[in-house]
Design a binder for this molecule. Structure first.
Ligand code: ADP
Ligand code: MG
Length: 238
């Protein structure tokens, strides 16, 4: 579990300001969802928290420690991408264990952690398969397994379900909710799907053009949207 804090975080690519001064507190164990239209800066924000992208200015703290210059692997954070990013030539076991290769875990340690992740995701019987022998949902579970083996304090999900069909998306959404309860880790989840946001979130952060429009519980945002944009985006009556 971890507390993540952003203070006046900005990001520019060349002359283009993409993130324009974001202040945000994410509490220990909280399920936070970033929503907003395509191009509003959701992925950029997530990539900065993970360390994949530098912050142009401002401060990012994890558990009270400034991590602006700390390498991605040392932040206690794991990211799950939309495109799975699993290797076709590796088995499920190798793919899940890959997250530990960088951490230089011993073979036995690696196997134990992979077994544990496979148990959590109910994939123990699939460990020797390759991605081509898996369904879309199972492949996405492999990507989540790769994050679990690292026992991160914070999980980051960047539209993890957007490549799946509607029925599977609903199943996986429930699974991710369960996973959050089971692991108790902080999770930050990016989506442009209002239903996913409303059902998964403890806290929703609505973004537009690199700025936070409103932060609140799903019910807060639905019943008391701060402006027309939030109301329109979450489908509330205002
Ligand atoms: P979202 O995930 O909300 O769709 P992104 O964070 O991917 O949005 O992108 C926000 C904006 O930043 C977009 O206008 C995008 O074109 C721009 N952007 C993202 N990454 C780069 C980059 N590496 N170089 C230049 N512009 C970028
Ligand atoms: Mg994105």
């Amino acid at each position: 579990m971890a507390h993540v804090s952003l203070k006046n975080v900005r990001k520019s690519f060349g002359a283009t300001d993409v993130i324009k001064g974001v202040d945000l507190e994410i509490e220990d164990g909280e399920f936070t969802v970033f929503v907003g239209p395509s191009g509003c800066g959701k992925s950029t924000l997530l990539r900065m928290i993970s360390g994949l992208e530098d912050i142009s200015s401002g401060t990012l703290e994890i558990d009270g420690k400034v991590v602006n210059d700390i390498q991605p692997a040392d932040r206690g954070i794991a990211m799950v991408f939309q495109s799975y990013a699993i290797f076709p030539h590796m088995t499920v076991r190798e793919n899940m264990g890959f997250g530990l290769t960088i951490a230089r875990a011993s073979k036995a340690e690696k196997e134990a952690k992979v077994q544990e992740a496979a148990r959590i995701l109910q994939m123990e019987h699939l460990l020797d398969r390759r991605p081509s022998q898996l369904s879309g949902g199972q492949r996405q579970r492999v990507a989540i397994g790769r994050a679990i083996v690292r026992k991160p304090k914070v999980f980051l999900f960047d539209e993890p379900l957007s490549n799946l069909d509607a029925a599977l998306r609903m199943d996986m959404r429930l699974e991710i909710g369960k996973l959050h309860q089971q692991l108790g880790a902080s999770m930050i989840y990016v989506t442009h799907d209002q239903v996913e946001a409303m059902t998964l979130a403890d806290k929703i952060v609505v973004l537009k053009d690199g700025e936070v429009q409103q932060v609140g519980s799903p019910m807060d945002l639905y019943h008391r949207p701060a402006n027309r944009f939030v109301a329109g985006f979450l489908g509330s009556p205002k």
